[in-house]
Every structure is written in C-alpha cells, then in structure tokens.
Design a protein around this ligand. Structure first.
Ligand code: AMP
Length: 484
C-alpha cells in the first residue's frame, strides 16, 4: 500500500523551511491552510462522500481545496471554468454536488465564491482532527473531456493517486531540490495529480503560473528544474527565438503527455536545448500508465514502458494478447486504475475485460519493450477493408518539409467505406501543396495508407489540453466524397 497524500503532506510540512510555492507558501503554510479549509468545509455542512464542485480559474487555492477535500473525505470535483452554463448543467445533475465553488451564479446550485470560501477559511482554526481514511475511499471525480457522447465522471481513489505519485517520483527522480514549472490547468489529471503530487511526494517547490503564456514560461525557465507540458507547449516555445540552451541550463527534465508529441518536435527540442523530452502516456481513468526512461533512451514517437506496479497488454479482436510488434487494443491493470464511472455501472463493466481496463487506445510494443500509441480505436480508419493507423500516417507527414502538424481521419467514401484524409498545418512561412505531399508519401507508405485528400488548414479544433478534436474534423469533412 502506498503512503496516503495527506500523510505525505504532513511529513513534508514537518520541515518548517520547506517551500511549496516559489516566492509564496511553505509546506507548513499549506498544511495550515488545508486545516482551515477542512474546518470550513465541515462548517458548511459537507460530510464524507459529498461532492464539492469547483469551477474557478487556476490559483494556488485550488490545490489547497483539493487537499482539504482529502483531509475531510469530501470528494473533489474540479471542472474547466471555460464550460458554458449548459455544459455545467450536466455535471450538476449527474454529480449532485453539495456545494459549488464558482465565481458566477450557477442555476440550481448552492454556490459559494472562491473569495467567500477563502475569507471564511481565514477565520477558521488551522488544527483539524483528520478522520481515518481507507485507500479505496473516493478522493476525486474528474469528468472525461467527452469528445464523443456525454462526459463521464471518473472515480479515483486515494490509492490510485498515491500509488501513481510514488511510482512517478521514483521513476523521474524527483527530490526536494526540484523546482517544477507549473503552467498546466488544474482541472485535468496532468496538472492536478501528476504535477502536484510529484511535487508533494518529493518536497519539491512549484513555480505556479496561471496558465501557459510563453513569455512567463521563458522568464521562469532559468529558475526551474522540471517542466511538464502538453505537446503544444513545446511547439509554441520552439517558435520563440528566446528558447535557448542557456535559458534551459538549470533544467534537468522536460516531460510531455496528454497528446502525441511529434518526433519532429522532439528532435527540434533536443537540437535547440540539448534536452530529450521524456514522453509519457496516461489518461484520466488510469493516471499514468507508461513512461520513457529517465536514464536510458527516450525514444521519440513512443511512450516508453509500463510504470512500476502497472501492467499493460495489447490484445487482438478476440481479446487475447497479440504477438510482440503487432498492433492491438491497449489494456491496463494495477493500483492506478480507477474504480469506475460515477453512477454508470454498466458503462464501467463494458470497459473492463477480466479485470483489465480497455483504454480505447491502439498501440504496439517494440522488441525493446517501448509502447507506441497508434491512435484511439474510434479514430482507426478502415479503408477498403484495411486498417490504417492515423499515428503512422501523421508521423510520415510530420517528417516532410513544410509540415508543422497533421491530423489523419477517416471520412465516408462511396467505394472504400472510409477514405484516409489528412489535415495539415504548414510550418510558418512554408507553402505546402496537396499533390506534392501526397507524392512524397509514396516513398514512405503503402498505397492504401496514402491520404486521398490532404487539406491544408491554419489550425485544428483542439480541447483545453491541446488535443486535436478528430470528431470535429470528421464532422467538418463528412461530405468530402459525397456528391451534391
Ligand atoms: P485524458 O483522459 O484527457 O488525459 O486523455 C487520455 C488520452 O490521451 C489517452 O487515452 C490517449 O489517447 C491520449 N494520450 C495521453 N498521452 C498520450 C501520449 N503521450 N501520446 C499519445 N496519446 C496520448
């Protein structure tokens, strides 16, 4: 069993000098603040198992509230403050939160503003008598980004969070000397659990930024030792000439995840900064699953090996594991895997097979045990009866001169069922032509994988984590091969 998050927080707070936020709170201050907030939550009438929904902008207070929830047993439920009232409505009816922390009125909810909550906490006692908690107790619910269908509430236990934090701290060699540059949102697993808990479990400090702004990140880099980002952080920083080797001199590790990092970006980053970005793979339901090694080759285009304690297998359509090297469905088992979707027992049962969680991602292990992600199963293109893995075509496209990024989708086609279609963003100042790109792919890919059309566009539809919304691209191009 792993050490609980709150036990760890208390351990870290025992050193009065240990800094939590650079230029701000120490761990001892954090512990006191979580005590005041825990007393406040209790005073508001919240009890173990109640949901506290947060829909606020990123501030340090969100992390304190997360930890206060863990102290009381109240379930932490943060959502993207960018959601519309109609989207929030779904979370309210589905999760039935006892309270909502928001800076705008929310119809049908008992709302407290963040300022009110913090003001009330300021007057509360810092000492809080923590009740006993079990490893399987519900810690948080995070809603999936819901690119198709309704967004589902992912139930995460204390042990899910603790086991993953311990695995990552060891693997990525976090210590109290680390300074983590935190520019990710805190309503998503990456910025909330991966980043925050890695700091908390090692006693590291955070440089806490309100969001990703290249100016602020570049200014902070010389003070930091580790950064976690989504691929768009890296491509946007590369577009800025102020990103130099010298600016990264104090850094020991750049980590990327939540979406595929293109091998071209990996190579360019290494050339410019001297650092090989470490790519890892995870999802809301499972926390982190695999990681490239800290020591040893970090291989672009792969997400590395299973974390300690986590099992990963790749299976075929019959559910049996495929031979090494072959593509199939990625399944995961371990203390990192969630306890089910909130109030959706049937949906939960559908996504587990013999105790393994079916991720919905396709992938393959290579001979050295590195996993490659080949795309979401629902994004697989079946053209003329043949499987085309979008990631393979995207990698080939991204390698071509003038291509800054690509997204490959399947579009209904009268002859082939689905046709492979590539959407491409040209590099700054480059002019790319459909015929030239298709021609260049002929040397690299079998004919059935070559996109029937290459559509050049300025940007892709993306979600808050920078993930390309392929469902939206498919919708926009649904009639590409249909007459009339
Ligand atoms: P989320 O639950 O929002 O974190 O999304 C999880 C999904 O993001 C996974 O199921 C993958 O499809 C994708 N993902 C996360 N990390 C990576 C990665 N390193 N490479 C490719 N896809 C990734």
């Amino acid at each position: 069993m792993s050490t609980d998050v709150i036990v760890k927080l208390k351990e870290m707070a025992a050193d009065p000098g240990r800094v939590w936020i650079r230029g701000g709170a120490r761990y001892a201050d954090l512990l006191a603040e979580t005590g005041r907030l825990a007393n406040t939550l209790v005073a508001l009438g919240l009890v173990r198992g109640d949901r506290l929904l947060l829909e606020v902008e990123k501030t340090e207070a969100v992390l304190s509230i997360y930890l206060a929830c863990l102290r009381t047993g109240v379930v932490f439920l943060p959502v993207n403050p960018g959601y519309t009232a109609a989207e929030t409505e779904h979370f309210l009816t589905d999760a039935e939160p006892a309270r909502v922390v928001a800076d705008r009125p929310v119809a049908g909810a008992r709302v407290v503003t963040l300022a009110e909550l913090m003001a009330q906490a300021a007057g509360a006692a810092a000492d809080f008598a923590d009740p006993a908690h079990g490893p399987d107790d519900l810690a948080a619910i995070l809603y999936t980004s819901g690119t198709t269908g309704r967004s589902k509430g992912v139930m995460l236990s204390r042990e899910n969070l603790a086991s993953n934090a311990e695995a990552l701290v060891g693997l990525w060699q976090f210590t109290e000397a680390d300074v983590l540059l935190h520019a990710l949102p805190v309503f998503h697993t990456h910025g909330l659990f991966v980043a925050t808990n890695c700091a908390l479990y090692s006693g590291a400090s955070l440089i806490f930024q309100a969001g990703f702004a290249p100016d602020a990140v570049l200014a902070a880099l010389p003070e930091a030792t580790v950064m976690m980002g989504v691929p768009t952080f890296y491509s946007r920083l590369l577009a800025d000439p102020r990103l130099t080797r010298d600016r990264c001199r104090g850094m020991r590790l750049f980590i990327s995840g939540s979406a595929p990092l293109s091998p071209a970006t990996h190579a360019e980053w290494q050339e410019r900064t001297g650092h090989a970005i470490l790519e890892r793979y995870g999802m809301t339901e499972t926390n982190m699953i695999t990681s490239n090694p800290y020591e040893g080759a970090r291989r672009a285009g792969t997400v590395g090996m299973p974390l300690p304690g986590v099992e990963v297998r790749v299976t075929g359509p019959d559910g049996a594991p495929v031979a090494q090297g072959e593509a199939g469905s990625i399944e995961v088992r371990g203390p990192n895997v969630f306890h089910g979707y909130w109030r959706l027992p049937e949906k939960t049962a559908e996504e587990f097979r013999d105790g393994w969680f079916v991720t919905g991602d396709l992938g393959a292990f290579d001979s050295q045990g590195y996993l490659s992600i080949l795309g979401r199963a629902k994004d697989l293109v079946i053209s003329g009866g043949l499987n085309v893995y979008p990631a393979e075509v995207e990698a080939a496209l991204d390698d071509l001169p003038g291509v800054a990024g690509s997204a490959v989708i399947g579009v209904p086609h009268p002859d082939f069922g689905e046709a492979v279609v590539a959407c491409v963003i040209p590099a700054k100042g480059a002019v790319v032509e459909e015929a030239v790109l298709r021609g260049a792919l002929r040397d690299r890919l079998a004919a059935f994988k070559i996109p029937k059309r290459v559509l050049v566009m300025a940007e892709f539809p993306r979600n808050a984590m920078g993930k390309v919304q392929k469902a939206e691209l498919r919708k926009q191009n649904a009639r590409l091969f249909v007459e009339g």
